[in-house]
Structure formats: structure tokens, C-alpha cells
Write a protein that binds this ligand. Structure first.
Ligand SMILES: *Cc1c(COP(=O)(O)O)cnc(C)c1O
Length: 326
């Protein structure tokens, strides 16, 4: 058997040369200057053209684990425009894994851009109806998938599990600059939990806050899930690091997951012309929109140093009828 990782043609996951520390970029504008806010963006969207963003952060230690277990097939779940499906297909291909994508809903031909790319990466796609899809975490169902597709390393939807937190912790570990607030866009909450876990482990004296901007309705559920991720990682809420706070900001979901309106798309194109880079409509545009609203309403004290994580996801913009500027 070819134990992955020991041959010359399968790159090492830990030491992959092109996956370097993502840049921290200061944003400047009259708006931010007037509010006396120092805003930095952690450009995880630049990590890799196809599997950057937080989906790579979440995959990293899972792929390392899959190799340790000598499993050469990744099996995972997602919707037709899933950033996680896209990233798993790309990273799987890059690091020499087979990949299987269990896709929610019916097959539509021609395939959309996300699934076309996934197939080009060699991902085998299987479609299941929405009812069956709800069983995606049932042990019995997962066992039946292994029977059908062979022994595989199973990643949950969105890649969100305990090993995902380990990768997301590195976002904070890479930041050398002192900061007061860190923001991310939230879907399952795993990324936010990783940020909080890392901040707590660094034992700062200063007060710091992490804010997860919910990309979907139901911030209360999200808060509960973040708490659970943290507890499983050994961080209970009564822990020693009381100066590290976190909360979910759930006023900027624009009606729900992947729902957009003209206000948001206008914001995206204004943002692009002001700051020179693009946001994705599902996650990071809603985070920046919300963050700018909070800044506008003087939610943060003057002089605050804020870091916003650009978690990538730009491939998903192809699923919307957006004009060329975004
Ligand atoms: C999946 C995704 C998120 C949400 O991350 P969670 O860890 O599920 O909260 C945020 N931003 C982008 C671009 C994503 O693709």
C-alpha cells in the first residue's frame, strides 16, 4: 500500500510551500479615520486560489489525520454551491486524496460552476434528497456510506469538527499585532470557536472580544453550537480567561442564508472600489456590512483595533447574478 505522505509526488500537508501565513492588511478610508478605528483584514482569501479561506483552515488538520489513518478517500457533504465541497475537491486533488461529495438535492445539468470544478478535481458526486440529507450525521447512515463507497475519512458539512478548530486557531496565532476585537462571518460557528479558543490559550492580559456575524437566521442556535465546540475543546465558559469575550451578531443576515438584496450588492461594489478587493455575498459581505454599521453607530470606542477575517468564499459569487464589479 502506498502510505500517503511518504512519496515524493504527494506534497506534505504541514509544510506545503504555497500555503504560507496570510497577510494582515490595514484598510484606510476617511470613514475609518473619522471613526478613529484601526481596521485590519486577515486575508485568508489569499492563501490559495482554490482552497484558501476558512475552508482550508478547517481541512488542514483533518487531512493530516486522514493521512495518519492511511485513508486515501475523503467523503463529505454540501449544497450545490458549497465552498466546503469546492475546497475539499481542490485540496483533496492537490494532496493526492480521492474525494466523494454527497450533494443535497437533485442533479441539475449542466452542472453549476462549483460542481463542474469539483468534478474536474476528480470528486465523485452523488445526489441525495433533502430528507435523506438531514441524516448526514447519523452514525448508521455514515456506516452505510462507507459500505457503499469504501473506507473513507468522513468530514461533516462545512468541515466543522474539533480538528477544524485546530486549524482556525492558527488564524489568531499568526497575528502578531495587538488587537481589541476580531470578527468573522459565521455559519456553523466552528471558525469563531477556533478564534476564541486561540485567544484564550494565548493568555492575554487585555480584554479582547470576538464577534461572529451570522450569515443565517437563528443566532441563538449558532451561539449554542459555538459553546459546544468550545466545551468539546476543553474551554468551558467559566474558565480562567474571563477577559476574552465572544458573541454572535445576528442582525445582518439579510433574511437568511444566501439571501441578498440590492443594498448588499451595492455595498459589495462600493467596498471593492474603495478598498480594492472583493467580498463574497454569502458570508464576508454580510460581516463587513454589519461591521461598518456598528462602526457608524459608534459601537466601538475610538482607537479600537479591529481585525476582520476574510474567510474567502469568492467562488460562490458565481451563484448570484452579480455585475462584473464584485
Ligand atoms: C463556510 C464559511 C464561513 C462560515 O464558517 P463557520 O466555521 O461554518 O462558521 C464563513 N465564511 C466563508 C467564506 C465560508 O465559506
Amino acid at each position: 500500500m502506498n502510505t500517503a505522505g511518504t512519496t515524493n509526488n504527494t506534497p506534505s500537508i504541514e509544510a506545503s510551500a504555497e500555503l504560507t501565513v496570510s497577510p494582515l492588511q490595514r484598510l484606510r478610508s476617511p470613514f475609518l479615520d473619522e471613526a478613529s478605528i484601526k481596521l485590519y483584514v486577515k486575508r485568508d482569501d489569499l492563501i490559495h486560489p482554490h482552497f484558501g479561506g476558512n475552508k482550508w483552515r478547517k481541512l488542514k488538520y483533518n487531512l493530516i489525520q486522514a493521512r495518519k489513518q492511511q485513508l486515501d478517500t475523503l467523503l463529505t457533504f454540501g449544497g450545490a454551491w458549497s465552498n466546503h465541497i469546492y475546497a475539499t475537491a481542490a485540496a483533496g486533488h492537490h494532496f493526492g486524496f480521492r474525494s466523494i461529495g454527497i450533494i443535497r438535492g437533485e442533479k441539475h445539468t449542466p452542472l453549476n460552476a462549483t460542481l463542474t470544478f469539483a468534478e474536474q478535481c476528480g470528486m465523485q458526486l452523488h445526489y441525495i434528497d433533502r430528507k435523506q440529507y438531514r441524516g448526514k450525521n447519523d452514525p448508521g447512515y455514515l456506516e452505510s456510506l462507507k459500505q457503499r463507497f469504501g473506507e473513507s475519512y468522513i468530514l461533516p458539512e462545512g468541515g466543522s469538527n474539533q480538528l477544524a478548530l485546530e486549524g482556525c486557531k492558527e488564524i489568531v496565532d499568526e497575528i502578531i499585532k495587538p488587537f481589541d476585537i476580531i470578527c468573522c462571518a459565521s455559519g456553523t460557528g466552528a471558525t469563531l470557536a477556533g478564534l476564541v479558543a486561540a485567544m484564550r490559550e494565548q493568555q492575554h492580559e487585555n480584554h479582547q472580544t470576538a464577534i461572529g456575524f451570522s450569515a443565517l437566521k437563528g443566532g441563538a442556535f449558532l451561539g449554542r453550537d459555538v459553546k459546544q465546540f468550545l466545551q468539546q475543546a476543553g474551554h468551558d465558559e467559566t474558565g480562567r480567561q474571563k477577559n476574552i469575550h465572544w458573541h454572535i451578531e445576528d442582525r445582518f443576515h439579510f433574511g437568511g442564508y444566501a439571501k441578498i438584496n440590492d443594498d448588499l450588492t451595492r455595498f459589495m461594489s462600493d467596498f471593492k472600489s474603495q478598498y480594492g478587493f472583493s467580498l463574497d455575498a454569502v458570508y464576508t459581505a454580510k460581516m463587513f456590512y454589519g461591521l461598518f454599521q456598528l462602526i457608524k453607530h459608534h459601537t466601538f470606542r475610538p482607537g479600537s483595533r479591529i481585525i476582520a477575517v476574510h474567510s474567502g468564499g469568492l467562488q460562490g459569487n458565481k451563484g448570484f447574478n452579480l455585475s462584473g464589479e464584485v
